[in-house]
Every structure is written in structure tokens, then in C-alpha cells.
Design a protein around this ligand. Structure first.
Ligand code: 2P0
Length: 326
């Protein structure tokens, strides 16, 4: 038997950065993301004599294999199964480069949750799968759903925490233009970066206190489809997250020179009258938001900036889902 699922990465308009409970992977701040069409992870789960995980055609071992099997084991237990879990061959492929700075762990764990749930016939439903994916990678909990998705903060005693859909992909025809500023992998991954920030940044508490208000403003602007109201809190969320990471010890400098040039160019476009704003994740690439009608005008300018290697355009897309299998 074989089950195949697809999922897409998501980009947070209100950022998650910091955990209230590391063991349970509970976010310290609420986040709000948009799931992106156009970039896809496809994952299959099928019977095998021994467990294995192949990513982009390369057999994985150690930590990546452990995380994949952890998902299978959790699903098996959650469904109340007590016998031996069947051995599986898991194969996953991304049609987008991880160096594009689009969280591949989000689409990876979301696709795996759906494929494994179907393969094991656990039938847990999207909310349970989102909770399980969130434990492995918080942003993955959001990619279970399409369109605009929110994930609350929790307290250290929280056991169950799933993302929830806020509005469908069709709610707002936004474009996300990714300005790729390097092909290199980032030096410090998100999990390590946010744990270091939590432990050492003197600005961490200020971030945790400010984030709920920023999130509320993003949420309201999304619900109202008010781009003018979206600009301020989206940029503040990203810049406050980075300010807090920069102040860690040692400081986390995710940006390069081109990152700053792109931020300046986005603000220049805004001064010229275009509705456009930026966000930045734990890497040097800049993600630029604009209503669909302005996509070409914005991406032409951004693609021509010195240091921008290329741009990738994406729009709101669907959540994780099965695509067939025999
Ligand atoms: C976000 N990021 O909200 C933020 C903004 C990166 C910057 O969620 O430790 O891979 O596995 O829960 O989900 C990336 O962090 O971290 C992320 P873990 P994850 O999109």
C-alpha cells in the first residue's frame, strides 16, 4: 500500500519566534501565516521491510530519519494502536530549493502527517494532525491548512495546540515575491536561533510582550483585506523579531547587505505610491507582499536590484492533502 500527500510552505505575516515550552514545542507568541501555492512538497509512505527516509532522492539517516519516524510513532500511538507499527519507506521531494529560505520543514511535516495518517489509517482529522506536526516544527502546524492560518501561543502546561484556518486562499489575492539574495544555506537554523534568543537576548521579553498586539493588528487587516493597515504590523513583526535575535549572545545576524537594500527599495516603492511591504524570516532573503494587480510592477523593480539573484512569486494556496496512491 502507498499513500501520497502534498503540502506547501507558508510565510508568516505575524512571526513565531520563541518557545514557552521547549519539550512540547509550544510557541511563546501567536503567529499568522499564509500558505503558498506554487511550491510543493510531495511525500509518499509505503510498506517496506525496514524503515527508511529518502529526501530529494538521497537516503537520509540520523536526525532527519528520527524526526520522520517520530511522526509515524506518534500517529500510531494517538490512534490507540498497541501492536507493532508497520515498517515504512518514506520518500519526500521539494520542487523548490531550500536555499530560497522558504521553510521546507513546514511543508515537509505537513505532507508527512497527511500521508502517514492515510497509510496507517489513523484518520485523526486536520486539527489533530496540525497539533502533531506543530510538535515537530511549529510552522508545520500551519501548513496543514490553506489560505490564512493562525497559531496561538500556549503556556508551559499546554498539551494540545493546533493551528486553525482564519480565511480561505480565495479571501485575498495577495502576492508574495521572494527576493533570493544568496544560494548559501543559513548558518544558524530557526530552532537553535530562537532558543538562543530566548536564553540570552535582553530584548526577548519585550518581543513576547509586543507580539500579541502586532498579531491582532495583522489579523484585523487580513480579515478586512486592508493592505494599508497590514503594512505597519507586518514590517514591525519581522523587524522586532530580528531586533530581538540581533541582541542575542552571540548575536544572530541573518541579513546580508542585499537584504537591507531590498528593504530600502520596498519603502521607496511605497513612497512612490505602490502598496507593498516586506517580511524577513530566519535568513537573508526578503519576502515582499503586494496585491496581485501590482505583482509585475513590484517584481520588475526588485529583480533588477544589484545582489538580488532571482525572484520567486507565490500566491495563497491550499492546505496539505492526499493526491492518490495505490
Ligand atoms: C515563522 N519561523 O513564524 C517563523 C519566523 C522562522 C522565522 O516558524 O523549532 O522551523 O521547528 O518549531 O517552525 C521557523 O521555525 O521552528 C519559523 P521549530 P520552525 O514562520
Amino acid at each position: 500500500m502507498k499513500r501520497v500527500a502534498v503540502a506547501h510552505p507558508n510565510i508568516a505575516l505575524a512571526k513565531y519566534w520563541g518557545k514557552r515550552d521547549r519539550g512540547r514545542n509550544i510557541p511563546a507568541v501567536p503567529s499568522l501565516s499564509v500558505t503558498l501555492a506554487g511550491m510543493t512538497t510531495t511525500t509518499s509512505v509505503e510498506d517496506a521491510d525496514a524503515d527508511s527516509f529518502t529526501l530529494n532522492g538521497v537516503l537520509s539517516s540520523a536526525r532527519p530519519l528520527e524526526r520522520v519516524l517520530a511522526m509515524l510513532d506518534v500517529l500510531w500511538r494517538e490512534a490507540g494502536q498497541t501492536g507493532q507499527r508497520p515498517h515504512v519507506s518514506v520518500m519526500s521531494r521539494n520542487d523548490f530549493p531550500t536555499a530560497a529560505g522558504l521553510a521546507s520543514s513546514a511543508s515537509a511535516f505537513a505532507a508527512l502527517a497527511v500521508a502517514a495518517d492515510a497509510f496507517l489509517e489513523t484518520n485523526l482529522g486536520l486539527a489533530r494532525l496540525s497539533c502533531i506536526a506543530r510538535r515537530l516544527s511549529a510552522s508545520a502546524g500551519r501548513s496543514l491548512y490553506g489560505g490564512f492560518v493562525e497559531l496561538s501561543a500556549g503556556d508551559s502546561g499546554t498539551l494540545e495546540l493546533a493551528a486553525s484556518p482564519l480565511a480561505a486562499a480565495s479571501h485575498w489575492d495577495l502576492r508574495v515575491i521572494v527576493a533570493v539574495t544568496t544560494e548559501a544555506q543559513k548558518e544558524v537554523g530557526s530552532t537553535e536561533g530562537m532558543n538562543r534568543t530566548t536564553a540570552t537576548s535582553p530584548l526577548y521579553e519585550a518581543w513576547v510582550n509586543a507580539a500579541p498586539g502586532i498579531f491582532a493588528r495583522v489579523r484585523e487587516a487580513v480579515l478586512e483585506r486592508d493592505f494599508g493597515a497590514l503594512v505597519g504590523p507586518v514590517e514591525q513583526s519581522a523587524l522586532t523579531m530580528h531586533a530581538c535575535a540581533l541582541a542575542a549572545d552571540p548575536g544572530l545576524v541573518y541579513w546580508n547587505g542585499t537584504t537591507v537594500e531590498v528593504l530600502r527599495a520596498v519603502r521607496e516603492l511605497r513612497r512612490e505610491g505602490l502598496p507593498v511591504c516586506f517580511t524577513i524570516d530566519a535568513g537573508p532573503h526578503v519576502k515582499i507582499l503586494t496585491p496581485a494587480v501590482h505583482e509585475t510592477a513590484v517584481s520588475d523593480v526588485i529583480a533588477s536590484l544589484p545582489g538580488v539573484l532571482r525572484t520567486i512569486a507565490a500566491c495563497p494556496g491550499e492546505g496539505a492533502r492526499l493526491v492518490g496512491g495505490a
